[in-house]
Design a protein around this ligand. Structure first.
Ligand code: NAP
Length: 242
C-alpha cells in the first residue's frame, strides 16, 4: 500500500533540507525521482538513485517537466518543496521581498502543477509543502505568511479542479524543522527554546520526521484523501497555553 515502486516523482527544492530528504526517501520507497533545485549539484550525494536537474522553479520550469514526461512517459508524484524566506515587514526591501516570496512560494508551485498535470495519470498525487505559517500568524514575514496561506488554499482549489481526473492534491505542513532555513533560530538559545517549548513533543523536527507523511500522501495508502492539510509539527498548532 505504501510502495512507490515504478512511480515517477518530481521533487522541487531538493538540493538540501526537506526537499533533499523527501527526494531521497521517495527513492528509497521505490520511486524514480527527479530532484530539482538551482544549485549545480545537491549539497551532498543522495543515498539512493535520484536524477538531479539544476533549474529555477520561478523560471521556465515547463520545459523541464516536459523533458521528464518525455523521458519517462508520465509524472505520478509532484512534491513542491522549493521555498524561500525573506523576513522583514518594515524595511525598504519589504515590498520587493513580499513579491519574490509570492513568486517562489506560491506562483512557482502553481506553475509546476500546471506543467505536471497533463502528464499525470489517474491515481497521481501532488504534495505542496506549506507551513504552520499557512494556518497561524507568525511575525515579521508577511510575504511568507501570504504565500504559504495562499498555497494552502491553492491546494484545496486544485483538489477540486483535478479531482475529476483522479489527481489528488494535498498540503504537507511542517512545523519547525532544523534546516538552513531555520538555522538562525535553531542556533539562538532563546529562539530555539521558544520553538521547542511550543511543541507537544518537546523537540524540534528533523527532515526525516516528514518522510512518512510524504510517502503516505504520495502512495495509494491515501487514495481517498485530497484537499487535506497534513500537519507534521510536533503538535505546535495544537497547543494553546505555553
Ligand atoms: P532550505 O534548506 O533553505 O532549502 C530550500 C530548497 O529550495 C533548496 O533546495 C533550494 O535549493 C530550493 N530552492 C529555493 N529557491 C528555489 C528556486 N527558485 N528554484 C528551485 N529551487 C529553489 O529550506 P527547507 O527548510 O528545506 O524548506 C523546504 C520547504 O519547506 C520550503 O517550502 C519551506 O518554506 C518549507 N518549510 C520549512 C520549514 C522549516 O522549519 N525548515 C517549516 C515549514 C515549511 P537551491 O538554493 O539550490 O535552489
Amino acid at each position: 500500500m505504501f510502495s512507490l515502486t515504478g512511480k515517477i516523482a518530481i521533487v522541487t527544492g531538493a538540493s538540501r533540507g526537506i526537499g533533499f530528504a523527501l527526494a531521497d526517501g521517495l527513492a528509497a520507497a521505490g520511486a524514480h525521482v527527479v530532484a530539482i533545485a538551482r544549485s549545480a549539484q545537491p549539497r551532498v550525494p543522495f543515498s539512493h538513485p535520484v536524477q538531479y536537474i539544476s533549474a529555477d522553479v520561478s523560471g521556465a520550469i515547463g520545459e523541464v517537466f516536459a523533458g521528464v514526461a518525455q523521458a519517462h512517459g508520465r509524472i505520478d508524484i509532484l512534491v513542491n518543496a522549493a521555498g524561500i524566506t525573506l523576513p522583514g515587514a518594515q524595511d525598504e526591501a519589504a515590498l520587493a521581498n513580499f513579491e519574490r516570496s509570492l513568486q517562489v512560494n506560491l506562483t512557482a508551485p502553481f506553475a509546476c502543477c500546471l506543467a505536471a498535470r497533463p502528464h499525470m495519470p489517474p491515481g497521481s498525487s501532488i504534495i505542496n509543502v506549506t507551513s504552520i505559517g499557512s494556518i497561524v500568524g507568525l511575525p515579521d514575514n508577511p510575504g511568507y505568511a501570504a504565500a504559504k496561506g495562499g498555497l494552502r488554499m491553492l491546494t484545496k482549489g486544485l483538489a477540486v479542479d483535478y479531482g475529476s481526473s483522479g489527481i489528488r492534491v494535498n498540503a504537507l505542513a511542517p512545523g519547525y524543522i532544523h534546516t538552513d532555513m531555520t538555522a538562525k533560530s535553531f542556533s539562538d538559545p532563546v529562539l530555539h527554546e521558544q520553538r521547542r517549548a511550543h511543541t507537544c513533543l518537546g523537540r524540534w523536527g528533523t527532515v526525516d520526521d516528514l518522510l512518512g507523511a510524504a510517502i503516505f500522501l504520495a502512495s495509494n495508502a491515501s487514495s481517498y484523501i485530497t484537499g487535506h492539510d497534513l500537519l507534521v509539527d510536533g503538535g505546535w498548532t495544537a497547543k494553546g497555553l505555553v
